[in-house]
Design a protein around this ligand. Structure first.
Ligand code: NZQ
Ligand code: ZN
Length: 397
């Protein structure tokens, strides 16, 4: 077990009537002039952005709007947001959308009080010291950015996707109305479920395995999302199961399932190269890679994977066959991804195999030119990264 510090300062306001509180929440956290930041249109079409603007105005709060954030959010939009906030003297940012919008809002929040180039934080040249306060109205449970300390941005010109972690960017509040997720297309619903589960699995499979309480929380969360994802794909307007997924998304990435453990996040780092190169949905990229990563790290960790197989995937343990049980858990997870309509290989994800040059480029970027290793349960160097990408590049039967 590892020593830990658990800090989760985000106020969660959850349920059908939660949105009504946006004005009082922004005021409570000191907002007078607010940037309302949103994505490519879903939150405008649903009337959510209009409703937020009306409620803010009714509370005497001035607003400035900036829409158009794309999935895998771009630095160019962050720069526009910083200039706008400075010009309009914005003192609070309200993100209305999913992980991409929230991350774009967090990056703007870092950039406004910073004198240098905001990319310095992702380039490792500076550490954030201040940030504007951010709140969010969540429309897709997936990335967990509403409670996480993470902010993932893509540099459009350099083609680099990088994350920065700091408690400074944690949302002051997160408004979560599960009804807002009824309109999610099946693909986004499924990719969101994969991402939520992966945030928990990236902590479950680390070099520690002795926290029974953390295991129970993690395994319960994983079983819940697994069952609820199937239910909402059948009935998109199933409020209770939408709600369970939404709450699980926050708990999966607010560090609760890390207490006593630590992040592995190798699959995430490998995936970020896929979503940069091919502009694919993050959760789908994770599904395409996880089985190959799991088989790679399995030797020596059969007992942990067997525990996962039995307690999460419902595999029946075969007496004396730990490796077989462990492997059946990985296969069961891949079968679950298929059931959700998610890919389990790179060819399924992008419609063709990656070329050898593309794999070399992803390895080069992911390993920072061979200087960086990933992971906790096993260290993944550049050669192991190439092995995992190549294994994921084989079409599945
Ligand atoms: O742009 P609009 O029109 O709003 O459409 C979005 C977008 O196309 C759509 N959508 C969102 N809510 C909807 C909806 N469509 C219908 N009804 C609704 N209620 O869904 C699409 C995906 O949205 P996006 O915000 O990109 O999804 P997600 O929350 O999965 O965020 C993905 C980004 O977060 C990063 C990922 O790498 C990716 O860039 N991550 C951020 C993390 C963090 N900050 O803690 C951790 C994650 O591991 C992840 O890396
Ligand atoms: Zn993720």
């Amino acid at each position: 077990m590892k020593d830990f510090s658990f800090y989760t300062p985000t106020r969660v306001v959850f349920g059908r009537a939660s949105e009504e509180q946006v004005g009082s929440l922004v005021s409570w956290y000191g907002g007078h002039r607010v940037l309302v930041h949103y994505g490519g249109g879903s939150a405008v079409r649903s009337g959510l952005v209009g409703k937020m603007l009306d409620l803010l105005h009714a509370s005497g709060i001035a607003t400035v709007e900036l829409g158009g954030v794309v999935p895998n959010p771009l630095l160019s939009m962050v720069r526009r947001g910083i200039a706008l906030c400075r010009e309009q003297q914005v003192d609070f940012i309200l993100a209305v959308g999913g992980g991409s919008v929230i991350d774009s809002a967090k990056a703007i929040a870092y950039g406004v009080p910073y004198d240098g180039d905001v990319w310095d934080f992702w380039a490792g040249k500076a550490v954030p010291q201040r940030a504007l306060p951010v709140g969010c109205v969540l429309t897709i449970p997936a990335a967990g950015s509403e409670m996480s300390s993470s902010c993932v941005i893509t540099h459009d010109e350099l083609g680099l996707k990088r994350g920065v972690n700091s408690d400074l960017c944690r949302c002051r509040f997160a408004i979560m109305n599960p009804e807002r997720t009824f309109t999610l297309p099946p693909y986004q619903t499924a990719a969101g479920a994969v991402d939520i589960m992966m945030h928990t699995m990236e902590r479950y499979f680390c070099r520690y395995d002795d926290m029974a309480l953390t295991d129970a929380l993690a395994e319960g969360l994983l079983r819940t999302v697994k069952d609820s994802a199937v239910a909402v794909l059948r009935n998109p307007q199933d409020y209770v199961n939408r709600a369970q997924i939404m709450w699980a998304g926050s708990l999966a990435h607010n560090d609760l399932t890390e207490c006593g453990y630590e992040k592995d996040f190798a699959t995430h780092r490998l995936e970020h190269e896929l979503s940069t190169l091919y502009d694919v949905t993050h959760g789908a990229g994770l599904a395409a890679l996880w089985g190959s990563w799991a088989r790679h790290v399995l030797p020596g960790h059969e007992s942990r994977f067997a525990q996962f197989a039995v307690n999460v995937m419902g595999v029946t343990a075969r007496y004396g066959d730990l490796p077989g049980t462990a492997l059946r858990g990985i296969e069961a997870m891949e079968a679950f991804y298929c059931q959700l309509g998610m890919p389990t290989s790179i060819p399924e994800l992008i419609g063709r195999p990656a070329t050898p040059d593309e794999i070399a480029l992803m390895v080069e970027r992911c390993s920072r030119g061979g200087t960086m290793q990933l992971g906790s349960i096993e260290r993944i160097d550049a050669s192991a990264m190439a092995t995992i990408y190549r294994a994921a590049n084989q079409p599945r039967p």
